[in-house]
Design a protein around this ligand. Structure first.
Ligand code: ZN
Length: 556
């Protein structure tokens, strides 16, 4: 129901095409924004120029008089559109359009959902989906191919885990991929096996590729449908810019077309998939793409991987896992290999964004950035490189972020989703440097906040709530999980606006509503700086504007 309405609005917007922004005076608002230095400014009127940028903010009587159309904000809170510094737009759309197991309470319910989904799609060659989590099912082990066979035996089934770092195949999919007891674990990956060495159906990290390469890619129409589904949902949540952490060559093509045609309703700052060598070679020779379609699409970052995820114990730790002393995870590449990838991207003028979860991976990425700074100086540091997730960091490594001018791109909801699991994995010592936002800030690092949707829900209100409370949506734990690492409300807003914009080289364009910035703003039903945390979580977005054009309005 909700999705249908979002989609209808998106289609309406797209048919409006590249309609130019108009000068507009928004008044009777409870306006708030941060300024360039991160201080809170309040105002009640916002003047937008014909270029879709803010001309002035202040009290209505103080603004320059002019004969422009007016919008009465009805006393609502007006604030900058929010920026998600790490999400996966097309994956969100695809997830919404495919089988979702996130809310299944146990394996039996999941198998029933898979069976129903497969039966409803007799034409599909593969049954795909994701969101499963054996921990939420309280299974105490991974599910198996034999179990999946009971839902669908004839066609291959491939379902990604909720963190995207493991996949569950049925017997047919394993056969198509040619995975059997003699198949070795690929570098950076693991084939789950039973006591006799027989593959059981779950493939971790790099081993996922063994099946994935056989899954037919989404065609152009499917990609476009996923984009529209996701964009409509994000705009309805008040997100006006997303940093997409994994743009494929096909997605890049679609986004260039849409942006150039004025048919991309939100702004996307892309990180190209560094694993696609042909795509990378093309990008290195073409160089970065900046502000296509009046700032709607930029591709000037490259996403690389240092390790996997904590839940599947694919995150690379400096010492063994506290709850599995025989293992410490895997670095995906040698130091020299990762540095070579980083160097090639930086030399071509791309920001380098390295996924690093474990303390060994964060150390490897930091060392790489330090080497680049030594070799290339400001030509590298000026690119504002980032570590994506920056989740478990050895305490002595915290100051290296500021010294090497590396941004920590963090996801507040990961902390509250992971809290129990994370502490099991790394124990009471190492947890001190995990999700340690205040320690990072104190050490001089810049934080940019995001959600990692669709791994987490895309709501930035859930992100702001998790950032300020360190509690789950039910208010647990009551005192907050390592509450001293929580952000205060202004820091949290900064992390989802001003600092996120900086992390996307766009602090002069978005994130703030001071004069000169693009008029990307939202009207909401409460003040995020004064609302109680419980109220903050329930914030409703009433209108979303991008570049001075209304792109979403909540239906009564
Ligand atoms: Zn991600």
């Amino acid at each position: 129901m909700r999705m249908t309405r979002h989609l209808a609005i998106a289609l309406l917007l797209l048919s409006a095409g590249a309609a130019a922004a108009q000068a507009l005076l928004v008044h009777n608002a409870r306006g708030l924004t941060l300024d360039e230095r991160g201080r809170v400014i309040r105002f009640d009127a916002l003047q937008i120029g014909p270029d879709g940028r803010v001309q002035a903010i202040g009290r209505l009587a103080e603004l320059p008089p002019g004969d422009v159309p007016r919008l009465d904000a009805g006393g609502r809170v007006l604030m900058p559109g929010l920026i998600d510094a790490h999400g996966h737009v097309l994956a969100l759309g695809a997830a919404r359009r495919s089988l979702q197991l996130r809310d299944t309470p146990d394996l039996t319910a999941a198998l029933a959902a898979i069976r129903a989904h497969a039966q409803a799609r007799p034409q599909a060659a593969w049954v795909t989906g994701g969101g499963w989590n054996q921990a939420a099912w309280q299974l105490g082990r991974f599910p198996t191919a034999a179990e999946l066979d009971t839902a669908e035996r004839d066609r291959p089934v491939w379902l990604s885990r909720v963190d995207g770092h493991a996949g569950w195949a049925n017997s047919r999919a394993l056969a198509i991929a040619g995975i059997h007891r003699d198949t070795p674990d690929p570098t950076g990956g693991r084939i789950e096996r039973d006591a006799s060495g027989e593959p059981t159906g779950v493939l971790v990290d790099a081993a996922m590729g063994l099946v994935e390469r056989h899954v037919p890619a989404e065609d152009e129409a499917e990609l476009a449908a996923s984009l529209d589904t996701a964009a409509a949902e994000l705009l309805a949540l008040g997100i006006t810019t997303v940093h997409d952490a994994g743009i494929s060559a096909a997605a890049d093509q679609l986004l260039r077309q849409r942006a150039a045609a004025g048919q991309l309703p939100l702004r996307i700052y892309g990180m190209a998939r560094g694993s696609d060598e042909a795509f990378m070679a093309r990008l290195r020779s073409a160089g970065p793409l900046r502000d296509l379609g009046d700032g709607h699409y930029t591709l000037r970052a490259v996403k690389l991987f240092a390790d996997g995820a904590l839940g599947s114990r694919g995150a690379a730790l400096l010492a063994p896992y506290s709850d599995a002393p025989g293992t410490q995870g895997l670095l995906f590449r040698s130091d020299a290999d990762l540095l070579a990838q980083m160097r090639a991207a930086a030399k071509a003028g791309f920001q380098v964004n390295v996924h690093a979860i474990g303390d060994a991976a964060n150390r490897q990425a930091l060392a790489g950035f330090e080497a680049l700074a030594r070799e290339l100086g400001p030509r590298s540091t000026g690119l504002r490189h980032r570590i994506e997730h920056a989740q478990v960091i050895a305490l002595p490594d915290l100051p290296r972020f500021a010294r090497a001018q590396v941004i920590a791109s963090v996801q507040p909801t990961h902390a509250t989703s992971d809290m129990n699991m994370a502490e099991d994995r790394v124990g009471p010592q190492r947890i001190q440097g995990a999700y340690a936002w205040q320690r990072l800030l104190k050490a001089g690092a810049t934080l940019a906040c995001g959600s990692d949707f669709p791994v987490e829900e895309p709501s930035p209100w859930a992100g702001l709530y998790a950032a300020v409370t360190r509690q789950d949506a039910h208010g647990k734990p009551v005192s907050g999980w390592y509450r001293q690492q929580a952000l205060n409300p202004v820091q949290a807003l900064d992390c989802f606006t001003r600092s996120a914009a900086f992390a996307g080289h766009a602090e002069k364009d978005v994130g703030l509503l001071t004069p000169g910035h693009r008029a990307d703003f939202i009207l909401v039903d409460r003040d995020p700086l004064t609302a109680s945390p419980a109220a903050l979580l329930k914030t409703q977005v009433l209108q979303t504007w991008v570049g001075g054009r209304r792109v979403y309005e909540r239906q009564p």
